[in-house]
Write a protein that binds this ligand. Sequence first.
Ligand SMILES: [Zn+2]
Length: 432
Amino acid sequence: MNLPPAWRSLATLPSLLLLLTGCGDAPEPDTEDDAAPVVEVAPEPETPAPPPWIEEDVAIRSGAVITSLLQDQGLDYSDALAVVQSAIEIHDLARIRAGESVTVRKDTNDGSFLGLVYPLDRFEERRLVVMRDEAGGFEALEEARAVTRVPTPVVGQVEGSLWATGMNMGLSAENLVHLAGIFEWEIDFNTQIRPGDRFRLMVEDIQDAETGEHLRFDSILAAEYETHTGTSFLGIRYEDKEEKVGYFNAEGLASRKMFLKSPLKFSRVSSKFGSRYHPVLKKWRAHKGTDYAAGSGTPVRAIGRGTVAFKGTKGGYGRHVRVKHGGKYASSYSHLSRYAVSSGQVVEQGEVIGYVGSSGLATGPHLHFEFYVNNGQVDFLRQQFPRSEPIDASERADFEAVRDTILPELEAIPWPAAAVADADAQPAEDLQ
Ligand SMILES: [Zn+2]
């Protein structure tokens, strides 16, 4: 059985009902009413009739395809093809691989094939249903599962990596990338995450509307990240009138800043700003930048919007790109293997300007990154840039209404107890 539990329970419910109501091979008249003492029988309350089929999960055998599965179910080859053909606009059933399952619907009386059900996404919110139609052919439709979105508290404390911590709490990779994205301008999630950091979230829980079953977590409505040193960052989700989503602190300042915390998405700092023994020149000299270790070909991002002021080979820097950010700031990227921009070009924050390499005076592939204030190099890792953009005046009232709803809920989430060495820490749902 490859189907996740949520789907399985949905699939087996009708057949369970059938068993309980005694629909066997030969339908029997309901004798219960006859046996009961005859009293005035009120009109029976409408109970939804169980569907006239039994559902069964069937896996595709190794080396087999959907048509052979359908033939195993008693269809002839042309009917099997007709099933596939009927669904082709919704999903190509021929692409289902060995080991995957479909749910087959069989006639409760003779066990003949009536149709099939196949989930269309991994969260089982949409599914394909193919049923025999009255003309003896097959008809396919896409069914959407009714879901509700319930704001739900989630709290965690980093043990090991943020990744492992989040996964243990039931957050998906998408959720964690999203969480890191909210604070990308304030925390370098590659280099600054430490055990003891903690975070709490109000996150949309997508639940089955009928059973209330948890399917997945979706949008982060509000998040607070507190580092092990006690510095705290807040992001409140706000979707403006043009449906643009941003995160803001309680004062309505956007978490987006003038500069990213790192020119590389995934990396580690291998050499900091200051003096060091130069491995190629074999002497002590000032290191007026930050080195990031990364494989050759890793994309290098402009840390902020600006204009490419220089692109070309420059002595020990090798292939070098310098970006001017207004009149005061500039950034440069060296030892590149190749360029992705041209001189004079305007680049957006996060746009790839080139790729990591080892051109110039470099022992191996890495990015040498410099940051300039008024044309002098400064230690980029020590810069504090204030949140810049306040929320638009025309959006402020709406934002404050959102904030005043979600912030008290976020702040009501209790932090985990100080010593959470226990591997069986409470799942977030229990804290509700
Ligand atoms: Zn360097």
